[in-house]
Design a protein around this ligand. Structure first.
Ligand code: PGA
Length: 254
């Protein structure tokens, strides 16, 4: 039986120490009787503050990203060893916003290069996170043009396969199906369709890793909020959610 996971990707929604501490404490209070696992992924500078705020509660700490090298001349990057040392258990890898595949936003096409995480770097990060003892939450999902072209199944399967290349054991790995067009747009995926794609992801993982696929948690993400969460959690294939905007405030994430 897979335990549901609710992961909060705070992105840049809580951006001061005071906000992070307040919301983390509020969420921990709301989650004290939660049957699901709860994870918060604050911005890097506030990992320690959130760690302290959730101490002794059942909320766990995650980071929004990681670099694949442990040490060296890599200005601005964050080592998997640092995340482990700071008490992170999870790390988000391959989010569409770090793959430069924004659903909405003001970023010009030519600037997307600077966020250009690729299937290859996603894979390097997955391998390095696993080596450090971190649990990757790997994001996959199609853009609106890919969906309009009917390519969503192909794209998602390909991303899953590439992200898991050279992985020996998938224990601890979480996948989040996040259609890019549903992220931060308020336009969420039909729960039956999310369920279908998540089944497809599990079938792909089964093809690659056999029955271990049954233990892997596969989440839905993209405009999840208090009004629609139930309709996703009712679906048999969906093992939880990766929540952005609605996770930043205790009132909604709680
Ligand atoms: P959203 O973000 O809930 O704000 O759509 C989800 C995500 O990007 O993980």
């Amino acid at each position: 039986m897979r335990r549901h996971l609710m992961a909060g990707n705070w992105k840049l929604y809580n951006v001061t120490a005071e906000e992070c501490e307040r919301e983390a404490k509020g969420i921990a209070e709301a989650a004290k009787d939660a049957v699901c696992e709860v994870v918060l992924c604050p911005p890097f500078p506030f990992l320690s503050i959130v760690k302290k705020a959730i101490e002794g509660t059942n909320v766990k700490l995650g980071a929004q990203g990681v670099f694949w090298e442990e040490r060296g001349g890599f200005t601005s990057q964050v080592s998997p060893l640092s995340l482990k040392d700071l008490g992170c258990e999870y790390v988000i890898i391959g989010h569409s916003e770090t793959r430069g595949r924004f659903g909405v936003g003001s970023v010009k096409e030519e600037l997307l290069f600077y966020f250009s995480e690729s299937d290859e770097t996603v894979n390097l990060k997955v391998l390095s996170a696993l080596k450090a003892g971190l649990k990757p939450i790997i994001c996959v999902g199609e853009t609106i043009s890919e969906r309009k072209a009917g390519k969503q199944d192909e794209i998602v399967s390909y991303q899953v396969e590439r992200a898991l290349a050279n992985v020996g054991d998938i224990e601890g790995i979480v996948i989040a199906y996040e259609p890019v067009w549903a992220i931060g747009t308020g336009e969420f995926c039909d729960p039956d369709e999310a369920n279908r794609i998540i089944r497809l992801i599990r079938n792909k993982v089964r093809e690659l890793f056999g029955d271990k696929a049954e233990e892997m948690r596969i989440l839905y993400g993209g405009s999840v909020d208090p009004g629609n969460i139930k309709s996703f959690m009712e679906k048999e294939e969906i093992d939880g959610a990766l929540v952005g905007r609605a996770s930043a405030k205790a009132e909604s994430f709680g």
